[in-house]
Design a protein around this ligand. Structure first.
Ligand code: PEP
Ligand code: MG
Length: 577
């Protein structure tokens, strides 16, 4: 091999393939005076034709690979390129001001943006703006002679290399086209890593250098289990990678016999293994995963994967489908958790210096009550079709919880008055802010269940941004401070007589499983691909014996390393088997 890049192991598995750089090239445009107008107009029309034909290709491939729904946006984009007002305006700018075509495109884009700025609540106009911006970017790229990447433009599956994969881009990925992900930035619990795991695509994030070191078309081996990328591997190295891939498939097949087994520890303590899901494309994997229920449906991906805020009816249809498929098993549906590393592409963001500490999740829902209320109505209506549990994210204060519940009660009463059919709904909260964990005993009296969100809880406890590779060493799931908080939440929930779940990535981590079982966690919710391994581990563990291990780590351990050593010493056979 030519070189080895090291990063964070973000999604298990090994993949071998050619690099496809997804980063957008620099599209800097400057004004230039034009003397030959015919030449410039001709150049503009050639770029326009090239853009039309490129979007046509993307549309056709997306239609074939991902379905007509997803291709819809490209039909709308094509229409923009045929909009005589917009195109005519660009031509006029070129003619009248004698300026270069790319600068004219930019002027028209600024005008469109300014005109639509005051219509932020009009989904149709916002969608039009988003589509125009996408089209103008592609047109500008053609004028500048650079290529704007799009996965639909590649024929064979590739290894995607990019500086950072934003959640709204990751959610639109076609798993058939992507063999692996490599990024400069990000952490194991960045939402793009979570999506990679749910799609079963090997990923290495936080390499810091991937976009400097890797060029389009270069052959690489991505090892998402060890967190490294081999550049230009030799034939022998490729053969080893292929054997590892085959072994992984075999291991997974071996685990499949556990699909319908119960999740009980060796000493007979039963727990629930649930699946996390984000989009409807996850549902078949969830149903096949051996999960007993859905412990977290991250509804924000429905919003991120759309051109506009999904309507109440669109959401209702999706929630109903999931609830029906799972019935009578419960489905925990979390209300919108946008912000942080999941900004809504079509909602103007506030450019926060510290988005994870900013207007996120329930804070945004309470600030944009129309959106929140429409989601709650969709959920309440869908409850007639299954076993629904609603969960509020990022609760930090009792006041927030009470406000969210009051809005929910209000919508429920209004629908009841209209005789809308509905089922029994449990209402719970995520515990992912240390303040809520410390005060869990108070919260526990006001909810039907709690679910610990360790992805955020770890980050907030150690003040280490979960998406920042520079502080990944501080993002420590087994840190005794984190364990104390988890233990406290579980005890508080049980004292109040309510179940406690965990839906952060830690719930599927084999080192954490013995500790969580020992602490008495009721439900473990994780990526569908982790369920069977977790079941295998739990079935070999003795919950009563582990209670004292959990107690010792919580009370006496001082460092993460000490905790890991204690767990490894307590259950060596389970972890090695
Ligand atoms: C968490 O924080 O652990 C969690 C499950 O929520 P998310 O990862 O979506 O922030
Ligand atoms: Mg969270």
């Amino acid at each position: 091999m030519k070189a080895m890049l090291r990063g964070i192991a973000a999604s298990d598995g090994v993949a071998c393939g050619r690099v496809y750089r997804l980063d957008e090239p620099n599209l800097h445009v400057s004004q230039q005076a034009i003397t030959d107008l015919d030449y410039e107009l001709n150049r503009f029309h050639q770029a326009l034709e090239a853009t039309v034909s490129e979007i046509e290709t993307i549309k056709t491939r997306v239609n074939k690979n991902l379905g007509a729904d997803r291709a819809q946006v490209f039909i709308a984009q094509m229409a923009m390129l045929k909009d005589q007002d917009l195109i005519g305006n660009i031509e006029q700018h070129i003619r009248k001001r004698h300026i270069n075509a790319e600068f004219a495109v930019q002027l028209v884009s600024t005008t469109v943006k300014d005109e639509l700025a005051e219509f932020v609540d009009n989904p149709y106009l916002q969608e039009r703006l988003t589509n125009w911006q996408a089209v103008a970017k592609r047109l500008t790229a053609h004028l500048l002679g650079v290529t704007l990447p799009n996965l639909a433009l590649v024929q064979d599956p590739v290894i995607v290399v990019t500086h950072d994969l934003i959640a709204s881009a990751a959610v639109a990925v076609n798993p058939k086209q992507v063999l692996g992900f490599v990024t400069d930035a990000g952490g194991r619990t960045s939402h793009s890593s979570i999506l990679a795991r749910s799609l079963n695509i090997p990923a290495v994030v936080g390499t810091q250098a991937a976009t400097h070191e890797l060029t389009n078309g270069e052959l690489v081996v991505v090892n998402g289990t060890q967190g490294n990328v081999m550049v230009a591997p030799t034939a022998d190295e490729i053969a080893v990678a292929r054997r590892t891939m085959a072994q992984r498939v075999k291991n997974q097949q071996r685990l499949e016999k556990l699909t319908h087994y119960e999740t009980v520890s060796k000493d007979g303590v039963g727990v629930t293994l649930a699946a996390n899901m984000g989009t409807m494309t996850d549902l078949p994997r969830v149903l096949a995963s051996g999960a007993e229920s859905i412990g977290l449906f991250r509804t924000e991906f429905l919003y991120l994967d759309a051109q506009h805020l999904p309507t109440e009816d669109e959401q209702f249809a999706i929630y109903r489908q999931v609830l029906k498929q799972l019935r009578p098993r419960p489905v925990v549906i979390r209300t919108l958790d946008v912000g942080g590393d999941k900004p809504l592409p079509y909602r103007p963001s506030q450019n926060e210096a510290n988005p994870f500490m900013g207007a996120r999740a329930i804070r945004q829902s309470l600030a944009h009550q129309q959106v929140f209320r429409s989601q709650l109505r969709a959920l309440i209506r869908a409850s007639a079709f299954g076993n629904l549990k609603i969960m509020f994210p990022m609760i930090a204060t009792l006041d927030e919880l009470r406000q969210a519940k009051a809005i929910y009660d209000d919508e429920r009463s209004k629908l009841t008055a209209k005789r809308v059919p509905m089922g029994k709904i449990a209402v719970g909260m995520m515990v992912e802010v240390p303040a809520a964990a410390l005060l869990a005993d108070r919260f526990a009296n006001e909810v039907d269940f709690m679910s610990i969100g360790t992805n955020d809880l770890i980050g907030y406890t150690l003040a280490a941004d979960r998406t920042n590779q520079n502080v990944a060493y501080l993002y420590q799931p087994y840190h005794p401070a984190v364990l104390r908080l988890i233990d406290r939440v579980i005890s508080a929930g049980h004292a109040a007589g309510i179940p406690v779940a965990m839906c952060g990535e830690m719930a599927g981590d084999p080192i954490a499983l013995p500790l969580l079982l020992g602490m008495g966690l009721d439900e473990f919710s994780m990526a569908p691909g982790s369920i069977l391994k977790a079941r295998q581990v739990i079935r070999q563990l003795d919950a009563h014996e582990l209670a004292s291990l959990a107690e010792t780590t919580v009370n006496s351990a001082s460092t993460s390393q000490e905790v890991v050593t204690m767990v490894q010493a307590a259950v060596p056979d389970v972890l090695n088997g």
